[in-house]
Structures are given as structure tokens and as C-alpha cells.
Write a protein that binds this ligand. Structure first.
Ligand SMILES: Cc1cc2nc3c(=O)[nH]c(=O)nc-3n(C[C@H](O)[C@H](O)[C@H](O)COP(=O)(O)OP(=O)(O)OC[C@H]3O[C@@H](n4cnc5c(N)ncnc54)[C@H](O)[C@@H]3O)c2cc1C
Length: 544
């Protein structure tokens, strides 16, 4: 059977042969990494995601591929070494998505430049041949050149250093495509509802539901990997009802502003906020992404909602460093994500002190659970997980191949079709689509460069099933400008309906669902009582 990245095709493959070596639950960074690793080693692999790929935390990160300057300050040298190494591998394997980003730390106190400069020189040295650029100490004038809107009163100088930046949700889709190309099967909108066990109590499969048709799926597996981020404890309870929690969710919020508040190419890094964290203001897709916060939570959801005080905290902190200060009404989008921080056992203390490194656990039933970590280290997490799954299941060992595996879209140089550069090697095909059918070259919104061909492409080749999939995770407009995303929803729904052969009631329902969801991303000032539906807590349902 030829491999196509297509949901119907995945369903047919599962039905034709429901026996897999490795079944992965969860289509975020962690699960996708595991599925790519397992499939590329030659194991028959299936990944099931209950929503869209990267619907959870993996589309809501700060978009940094980084060693973590802060972890170095905390003395977590091993984690920083590993992450810097992985940062280099990711740039090599997905150059169409990862780029070197200059960061500037402005300093207002005499010793700050020296101290941060020293730390970042060590960071450079630790990166070795994977260094992204050379750290430099800067005078106040140069800092003001690189950060034109920075507060100049009391400015003494600063530091320039380099880290990586990427598009998280697009990397997720590209990983799903890579998995398929390596022989794996991936399916979105397929929720795992239970684990199946043999007479000896060993997990040997899962039950799932196809959320589009409502049909049940039963699949057999030599090994089942639970890679469900903040949801890992839910799956663990399917295995053992009285297990101890592994994860402590911590919410991180970002706001998005116009580039008018920060015109240079360099990102601003604020090394110590009032709560002892770092805050980044990073240019991203023509906008400015600012965050994040760290708020311990007791519950988890697929659509976490930013708290008023988190948005205020980000704005207040940023305003202290800028001359032209953003107001709440300047915020274009607000999004929240949940860190699946590995629980340190006692359940006490602030979340930023709980380990960022990953945790791999094998239950007595053989269920393998992987949690914690970062996007940056997803590949290494996957390698450790597959090694473990293979050992536990007694599968014949095959070595890991991902250190040099090119990720779908791989393109060393920017494509000639600059407008579609983010698609890497797919850019040419999208441009051809737009040339062949002039109506597909029509822009979707005056404030964004996207055209209808990208919607058609997302449905045909990127498994997009809902308006939210396209606007939130294929084009990223929801994360950049929620109001513009709401305005784009009807035209996106129209093109999708044509591709998916859906009727006008589907269009109407999709627009309603998306509009309700997108209101969660608007600043409160933008909500008028008559137009704003109650803030909803779940993602757009797939069935209309
Ligand atoms: C605010 C914030 C900023 C961050 N910034 C960075 C950064 O700049 N750089 C970096 O390297 N890392 C960053 N991280 C960390 C990184 O984003 C996470 O470590 C990573 O995304 C976690 O991925 P995951 O796959 O474990 O979880 P998720 O992305 O949440 O994926 C879990 C998936 O499992 C699915 N699932 C759950 N239950 C089921 C079920 N029953 N059946 C099927 N599927 C199911 C969910 O729908 C979800 O898609 C950040 C995290 C946060 C919160």
C-alpha cells in the first residue's frame, strides 16, 4: 500500500491490519517524536491523537529552540548540554523551520552585563560546534540601535546572544508527515478510551473512538506509549485506577502585539522579572510574541484560559523596558499553554522549581509513560522512550536513526517562492496550485499574506479537518491576531467544505464553533457583551 498522509487512508490501514509493534497515545511534540523514532527504526507504529496534532501544549510554546539560559543559572548543566546539542540537530534536520535568533539583554545595573555576559560565554562554549552565534558585550548606544523602543534612561549596556526560533505547530505537522513517510500510521481526532490487557495483566492494545464517525477502534500493540502531556495521569488511571500523579500542570501565557512595539530583528530578553523568571519579547511571523508566566494549576484542559493577572503581569513587566508602552487594547491575541512538568513527588513548592527534564516510567502492566521535557529535546526524549519500549516489549532492537533524519519539508536554502518559505520543500507545489487556479491565489485577509491555496493544501496534504486546525495550527493566525482569525473563518470554512465535500450547515457550524473559541484569545477589552459568547473551555468539536 502506498503511504499517503491522509486521515481516510490511515483509517483503512488500521482496519486492514490492527496489529502494531508500538502504539503511541498523544500527537504533541513528545508523541510525534516517539512515533517518528519508532517508525524510522522499522517498527510498525501507530499514533492516535484525540484532537489535532499539537492542539495541546505543543502549539502554545514560546517557539524557542534553546538550551535554556535560566536552567544554566539554576545549575542544571546536564539539561543545558543536552538541549544545546538537540538545538543543533534540529537546525540540521529542519532548516526550513528553525533559525538563529539574536537576543539582547539590556542592563541597567553596573554588574549585570558582566554577570550575564559571563554566563552566556559559558553557554556558547557548552554549545561547541552547535553554537548559533557569538555572544557579545554591548555598549548602551548599540543596545538602543538593536532595540529601538527600549527604555534608554539608566541604560548601561547589554549583551547580545543567539538561540533558535521555530514554528511549533508546523514542526508537529511535519513530524506527523515524516512518521508516515517512514512507514508509520498517524490519525488525528481519534481518542484513546481504554487500554486492553492480556490474561497476565500486561497492556497489549488500546480502544479508541474515531471522533468524526463515532466508530470504535480496537488495536493490538506489543508496546503502548502514553505521551499525552498534561493528560498522562488520565491514561495511567485507565491502566491502574489508584496510581500516583506524575504531572503538575503549570500554565504559561503569551500575548501577541504589533511589531510597532519592537521594530528591530533582535528579541528582547528580560532576565529577571518580579517573580524571578525570564520574559521574552520575540519577533514571530511579523508580530511580537511576549511571555511567559508560570501559574500552578490543579486542573488541565485542552483550551486553558489566560488569567487577567497573567496578562497584566506580562504587560506591566514589558512596559518598564519600553518607551512606547503597549496597552491592553494593543493586544492582538492571548494564548495559554500547560507545561507537563514532571512532578517531584511532594507536590509542594513553586512550579518553576520542578524539574524541566523528562521522566520515563514503565508501569507493572508494561505501559510506557513519557512526560516533562521541552520541545527542544523531543528527539532525545523519543530515543530514550523507544529504547525503553523495545526493551520492555522484547522487540528485536534496532538502533535510533533520528539524529540525522531529515524532517518533512527539509530545505537547506529558502525556496524561491518566498511567500511559502515556511513550507520548505512543499513551497513550490503550493505556488503551482495558486498559479493553476487563480481563485486560489486570492488573499484570505488584507492583514495577512495567506491565500486560499494554503487552505486547500492543508486539507489535502496536512490532515486539517476543522477551521480551527487551519487558522490555529497550519496558518497560525489565531495565535497572531484573534480578531483577524474570526474574520477569516467564513472564507476558510468555504474552501474547506469544497475540499471535504461538506454542506452549508457544516460551514455555518464550523464558523460558529471557531468564533466562540477565538473569543478566548481576544483581550477582554475587545469583547462586547452582545457578540461575545461565553468563554468556552473545550476545543471546537469535530462533529457538527
Ligand atoms: C508556556 C510554555 C512555553 C514553552 N516554551 C517552550 C520553548 O520555547 N521551547 C521549548 O523547547 N519548550 C517549550 N515549552 C515546553 C514544550 O512546549 C512542551 O514540553 C511540549 O510541547 C510538550 O509536548 P507533549 O507532547 O508532551 O504535550 P502536548 O503537546 O500537550 O501533547 C499531548 C497530546 O496528547 C493528546 N491526548 C491526551 N489524551 C489523549 C487521549 N486519550 N487519546 C489521544 N490523544 C490524547 C492531547 O490532545 C495532546 O495533543 C513550553 C511550554 C509552555 C507551556
Amino acid at each position: 500500500m502506498t503511504k499517503r498522509f491522509d486521515r481516510e487512508h490511515s483509517l483503512e490501514e488500521i482496519k486492514a491490519n490492527p496489529n502494531f509493534d508500538i502504539v503511541v497515545i498523544g500527537g504533541g511534540a513528545t508523541g510525534l517524536g516517539v512515533a517518528v523514532d519508532a517508525a524510522s527504526r522499522g517498527y510498525r507504529t501507530l499514533l492516535l491523537e484525540q484532537a489535532d496534532f499539537a492542539k495541546g501544549t505543543s502549539s502554545r510554546s514560546t517557539k524557542l529552540v534553546h538550551g535554556g539560559v535560566r536552567y544554566l543559572a539554576q545549575g542544571d548543566v546536564r539539561l543545558v548540554f543536552e538541549a544545546l546539542h538537540e538545538r543543533g540537530l534540529l537546525l540540521a534536520n529542519a532548516p526550513h523551520l528553525v533559525r538563529s535568533q539574536p537576543f539582547v539583554i539590556p542592563s541597567y545595573r553596573r554588574w549585570d552585563s558582566f554577570l550575564y555576559g559571563l554566563g552566556l560565554k559559558i553557554y556558547d562554549w557548552m554549545a561547541g560546534r552547535y553554537r548559533f552565534g557569538k555572544t557579545e558585550l554591548l555598549g548602551a548606544e548599540r543596545v538602543a540601535e538593536l532595540l529601538p523602543n527600549v527604555e534608554k534612561r539608566g541604560l548601561r549596556g547589554g549583551i547580545l546572544y543567539y538561540d533558535g526560533q521555530f514554528d511549533d505547530a508546523r514542526l508537529a505537522v511535519n513530524l506527523a508527515q515524516t512518521c508516515t513517510e517512514a512507514g508509520g500510521v498517524v490519525m488525528n481526532y481519534a481518542r484513546v478510551t481504554g487500554v486492553i490487557k492480556d490474561a497476565g495483566g500486561k497492556v497489549n492494545g488500546v480502544t479508541a473512538v474515531d471522533l468524526e464517525s463515532g466508530a470504535e477502534l480496537n488495536v493490538n500493540a506489543r508496546s503502548v506509549v502514553n505521551a499525552t502531556g498534561v493528560f498522562v495521569d488520565d491514561i495511567l488511571r485507565m491502566d491502574q485506577s489508584n496510581g500516583r500523579p506524575m504531572v503538575r500542570p503549570s500554565q504559561g501565557v503569551h500575548i501577541v502585539l504589533s511589531r510597532d512595539f519592537h521594530k528591530g530583528d533582535s528579541a528582547l530578553m528580560i532576565p529577571s522579572t518580579d517573580d524571578g523568571r525570564v520574559l521574552f519579547a520575540v519577533p514571530w511571523h511579523g508580530h511580537l510574541l511576549v511571555g511567559t508566566t508560570d501559574t500552578p494549576l490543579d486542573q488541565h484542559s485542552l483550551e486553558p484560559i489566560a488569567l487577567e493577572q497573567e496578562v497584566d503581569f506580562i504587560l506591566d513587566t514589558l512596559r518598564r523596558y519600553l518607551v512606547n508602552k503597549p496597552e491592553r487594547s494593543d493586544v492582538l491575541s492571548i494564548f495559554a499553554g500547560l507545561r507537563p512538568l514532571a512532578h517531584n513527588g511532594n507536590g509542594q513548592g513553586k512550579t518553576k522549581e520542578i524539574s524541566r527534564s523528562h521522566k520515563l516510567v514503565v508501569s507493572s502492566s508494561g505501559l510506557v509513560t513519557i512526560t516533562g521535557g521541552k520541545w527542544t529535546t523531543y528527539r532525545k526524549m523519543a530515543q530514550d522512550t523507544v529504547d525503553q519500549a523495545v526493551r520492555s516489549a522484547g522487540l528485536p532492537f534496532q538502533p535510533c536513526r533520528t539524529a540525522s533524519l531529515k524532517i518533512h519539508g527539509y530545505l537547506q536554502k529558502a525556496p524561491v517562492e518566498k511567500q511559502f518559505a515556511i513550507y520548505g520543500s512543499d513551497a513550490g507545489a503550493i505556488a503551482v496550485l495558486a498559479q493553476q487556479y487563480p481563485e486560489l491565489a486570492e488573499p484570505l485577509h488584507p492583514e495577512f499574506p495567506h491565500v486560499a491555496a494554503e487552505v486547500v493544501w492543508a486539507v489535502r496534504h496536512e490532515m486539517a479537518r476543522t477551521v480551527e486546525d487551519v487558522l490555529a495550527r497550519r496558518l497560525r493566525v489565531l495565535f497572531l491576531n484573534a480578531r483577524a482569525a474570526i474574520e477569516m473563518a467564513p472564507i476558510v470554512a468555504k474552501w474547506m467544505a469544497k475540499e471535504l465535500q461538506r454542506d452549508t450547515s457544516w460551514i455555518q457550524r464550523q464558523v460558529e464553533l471557531f468564533t466562540a473559541l477565538a473569543h478566548n484569545y481576544l483581550p477582554e477589552a475587545d469583547l462586547s457583551e452582545d457578540t461575545a459568547p461565553a468563554k468556552q473551555k473545550t476545543g471546537a468539536a469535530i462533529r457538527s
